[in-house]
Ligand binder design. Structure first.
Ligand SMILES: *Cc1c(COP(=O)(O)O)cnc(C)c1O
Length: 461
């Protein structure tokens, strides 16, 4: 299996190289050259299997000869051993034909753990046998950073630096990043918003002298390995609801378009997905784009679902690449226009996107109302991101097709929003109850490429 860049000019890589590299050298994102498909029988065979067994079947065709079958099985087992639920991704029913897929039983209580725990294992294995060491730098609106730090803390072959927007992450998120005491963990509070963090990260990758000097590696959702790990739970959920004999739809609280893109990959692999619904908060640039209004950047407005507060949705580039029939030049052109503020999508590409994705948005008031209402009708406490999903799913779903809404974080990760809606303050699971007592360690840095480079070089010296 070979990987190509969405901008068409970076070298073609193996799975291992694409995973260790992150962003392509032409500024693009790596995608598989072809999408493997699973037969109806292979999908039917997943019924009743463990999460780990399904994970192996779904991901194996993408990894080429990077790992042997035994090695890969072992990495998957280790990745999910620390989850707090034996099903890994259990489902609960909210209403007739509406289900909630709980993706928050990992060590940092958000779905990011599904990918990050596996990436940590895969990096460790691949770097260990080469005797290599890399510097991982990630940008986060809160959940990616905590998941990355949890996955890489104490590993021999990596230093991990996480850029988060100062003052714009929840206290639980911040503490998950600042309390690990391992010396290879570095939390950086940047004076800016999430898009600034993401932009500085891209700057570092495009500074080849720095990139090669510190052996920069990326674990943001631009990393193909992240997207791949997220394809698995679409299969486990759909199969438990009757796939391949029955179609299932999904609604996905969306920011960087990584999670929903994994759903698209599942569909291309042969999973019978009826609708893929993109759910956004008040930062609704994707909803507007998918309704044909072009992709034009505005201001980021801080919301109660901060992990979706973005204007630049990096993985949308992967969707555009396919919508433009894999024309790397066209994508490079769009991304150059985005640098100037935005772009319009061609008629053909728009049709292709609308054939694949539906979309909706939830306002702040609607999000709070949904948390309250779901608590009344089901007793379930939703995190605000999951509530955005449930609201949009209720607006859009076909009552005859099972709808699965992805619950992307545990309510205890965003206790203020949940308490405000329901009067109940959700408690942390007991395994992390001492989070508020541990000492914090963090460096405040300017929103400036040179300052960041200097800080990272010094910390590594
Ligand atoms: C990251 C995140 C999202 C958005 O996921 P994308 O893959 O960036 O679209 C939604 N909810 C939560 C809780 C998250 O951490």
């Amino acid at each position: 299996m070979r990987y190509i860049s969405t901008r068409g000019t970076a070298p073609v890589l193996s799975f291992e190289e694409a995973m260790l590299t992150g962003l392509a050298r032409d500024g693009g994102l790596y995608v598989p050259e072809t999408i493997p498909t699973l037969s109806r029988d292979e999908i039917a065979g997943m019924a009743g299997q463990s999460y780990e067994e399904v994970a192996f079947t779904v991901m194996r065709p993408f990894i080429g000869d990077t790992f042997t079958d035994d090695e890969f099985r072992d990495l998957i087992t280790k990745a999910y051993a620390c989850f707090g639920h034996s099903a890994r991704a259990p489902m609960v029913q909210l209403a007739p034909n509406h289900f909630l897929l709980e993706l928050f039983h990992g060590p940092t209580l958000a779905f990011k753990d599904f990918a990050m725990q596996l990436i940590g294992q895969m990096f460790q294995k691949a770097l260990g046998r080469k005797g290599d060491r890399v510097t991982i730098v990630g940008a986060t609106s809160g959940d990616t950073g905590s998941a990355a730090i949890e996955a890489f803390r104490g590993l021999d072959n990596v230093d991990v630096f996480i850029l988060y927007p100062h003052g714009r992450v929840s206290e639980v998120q911040r503490r998950q990043m600042t309390t690990p005491s391992e010396s290879n963990v570095h939390a950086l509070a940047v004076d800016g918003d999430f898009d600034d963090c993401q932009a500085r990260l891209k700057d570092m990758f495009n500074d080849f002298e720095f990139r090669d000097g510190v052996k920069l590696a990326g674990v943001n959702s631009i990393n193909w390995g992240r997207v791949l790990a997220q394809v698995v739970y679409y299969f486990t959920a759909a199969v438990s609801l009757g796939a391949p004999d029955r179609e299932v739809s999904f609604t996905v609280p969306t920011g960087n378009f990584g999670d929903i893109f994994a759903g698209y990959i599942a569909k291309r692999m042969g999973l019978p997905i009826a609708d893929l619904v993109v759910a956004t908060n008040q930062n609704d640039i994707l909803d507007r784009c998918l309704k044909g209004q072009g992709y034009h950047k505005g201001e980021v407005h801080a919301s109660i679902s901060p992990s979706m507060d973005i204007q630049v949705s990096s993985n949308f580039e992967r969707a555009l690449f396919d919508a433009y029939e894999r024309d790397g030049n066209a994508v490079a052109q769009l991304m150059a226009e985005l640098g100037q503020g935005g772009f319009d999508v061609s008629q053909g590409a728009m049709q292709a996107l609308q054939d694949l994705y539906r979309s909706g948005r939830a306002s702040e008031a609607e999000t709070t109302e949904t948390i309250a209402q779901l608590h009344t009708t089901t007793g379930e406490l939703l995190c605000p991101h999951s509530a955005v999903g449930v609201k949009v799913a209720e607006d859009q779903r076909d009552p005859c097709v099972p709808m699965v809404t992805l619950a992307t974080a545990h309510p205890a990760k965003f206790p203020d929003a949940v308490e405000n809606a329901t009067g109940i303050r959700p408690g942390l699971p007991s395994r992390m109850a001492d989070l508020f007592d541990r000492p914090e360690r963090v460096t405040r840095v300017a929103n400036d490429l040179e300052a960041l480079k200097t800080h990272i070089r010094k910390a590594l010296a």
